[in-house]
Design a protein around this ligand. Structure first.
Ligand SMILES: [Zn+2]
Length: 456
């Protein structure tokens, strides 16, 4: 028995593919059998179902290539790495994966987390134990003392439960890659830079070119993709030269990087939602603000947009991702903001942004050979939208407008359940964000408060 999906407007995922009054037919196996104008579609046979969305916009399920399922909407790195047991993080990750699918994201990549969290979430969903998005899973980031995820002092290092795996040599890196591949990851994550800068301000790559090339070759030899965190120029250059599949950020790319990117065919996942949210949402009392991070982030955002526009013009594939999983990027909330930023800041048309969030980003996903495009033979992963994202991509941010979400032709029905962050993520022992000297207390409360008044 087939499902006949009637669409007011259908965007198939291919660039500029929107057409009105279309029908596609989904077979028992969840694969698409036919796509075309409703007028010429084969009529439903007895027992077939008709899904009538003839007044709606239908498109492939959205893809977010940068959603950290294991972070739990964290406010601190310690919360990501230390307090919750891996088993709890996996259960929490499953809950949050469902928030993503409720927002219309049918495919997500979890690029780097501790243990085998995303991998287990992926397998539980794949086995049909729970409804959820298709998950592309990585293991721990491979990193060095100069790389992201090596947050703690050298006398502590990266604990077993942290998202980073410190490797001290090429041999150790290769062994870690082999272990992760044996465990069943879809991709390998490298922390290609962190926060270490030279005197001239340039971010230093965490690995040498030679080390990078060795790791990328080994991962790809074993049939896995490689995704890297690379904000700086040097890390971007080494990554592109090594032929990685996907570079997150690449904010400081220059002409040399662009040449290498065009040669290697590496994609970029700008992940501009994260810096944008930091600038737009962080309140003045918060540590990120007090540490001066807002102005720095705004400056970086502007430089990044300028460089990334050039990458787009050079034909570098751009994938959509958000760094969801932090307190400024909670699961299921801001994924579609990346499309908005692509349009507002990177010169994408709405159709190009939709194409990026579907067919292009599917190019990195583990099951991407069957998602991101509604065409015969592909999986019927699709969403039904109230309003046209081609006129305004921001409608995708409005959860009320994501009316239905299907995976393999089956509708996902996720209960809208709230949660108390203090029981889910906020386990770090931070109690105060201010220092209560007499002077400060007077500033906050005035001189007439409490015992200070008595002492006067
Ligand atoms: Zn990330």
């Amino acid at each position: 028995m087939s499902k006949h999906v009637r669409c007011g407007t259908l965007f198939t995922g291919a660039a500029d593919s929107a057409a009105t009054d279309q029908t596609f037919i989904v077979g028992d196996d969840g694969r698409i059998l036919h796509v075309g104008p409703t007028a010429g579609a084969p009529p439903p046979a007895r027992g077939d179902t008709v899904l009538d969305y003839s007044d709606r916009f239908v498109m492939p399920g959205l893809h977010d290539v940068h959603t950290h399922l294991a972070y739990g909407n964290a406010k601190t790195e310690e919360d990501i790495d230390l307090y919750a047991p891996l088993e709890f993080r996996a259960l929490r990750g499953l809950f949050f994966a469902q928030k993503c699918i409720a927002a219309g994201y049918t495919s997500i990549c979890a690029p780097g987390d501790a243990g085998q969290i995303s991998l287990s979430v992926r397998n539980a969903i794949r086995a049909g134990l729970f409804d959820g998005p298709r998950v592309t899973a990585a293991g721990r980031y491979l990193t060095t003392r100069q790389g992201l995820t090596d947050w703690y002092p050298s006398w502590i290092g990266a604990p077993e439960t942290s998202i980073g795996r410190l490797v001290a040599s090429k041999d150790e890196a290769v062994e870690e890659i082999r272990v992760q591949v044996k465990n069943g990851v879809d991709c390998i994550k490298l922390a290609m830079d962190g926060f270490h800068r030279r005197a001239n301000g340039e971010l230093v790559a965490a690995f040498t070119q030679d080390e990078t090339t060795v790791m990328v070759q080994e991962a790809q030899r074993l049939g896995k993709k490689v995704v890297v965190h690379a904000r700086g120029r040097e890390a971007t250059l080494y990554s592109a030269r090594a032929g990685v599949d996907l570079i997150f950020h690449a904010y400081y790319l220059d002409d040399e990087c662009l040449d290498a990117l065009v040669k290697s065919g590496s994609a970029i996942g700008p992940t501009l939602t994260f810096p944008r949210n930091i600038v737009d949402f962080t309140q003045p009392h918060e540590p990120a603000h007090l540490k001066g991070r807002i102005n720095d982030t705004q400056r970086e955002f502007e430089v990044a947009c300028e460089n990334l526009r050039r990458a787009k013009q050079a034909g570098v594939p751009m994938m959509t991702g958000t760094d969801s999983g932090f307190a400024v990027t909670p699961y299921g909330e801001w994924h579609a903001r990346e499309l908005e930023i692509f349009v507002q800041h990177l010169g994408f048309t709405p159709a190009e942004a939709l194409h990026a969030a579907t067919q292009v980003t599917a190019g990195f996903m583990a099951e991407g050979d069957r998602t991101g495009l509604l065409a015969p033979g592909m999986a019927a992963d699709f969403i039904v939208v109230d309003g046209s994202p081609l006129q305004n991509v921001s409608v995708l941010l409005d959860k009320k407008r994501i009316l239905n979400v299907y995976i393999d032709g089956r509708e996902m029905r996720i209960p809208a359940r709230g949660y108390d962050p203090r029981k889910v993520t906020d386990f770090a022992w931070t109690n105060w964000t201010d220092l209560y000297t007499q002077e400060r207390v007077a500033e906050i409360h005035g001189h007439t408060r409490g015992s200070l008044a008595a002492a006067e």
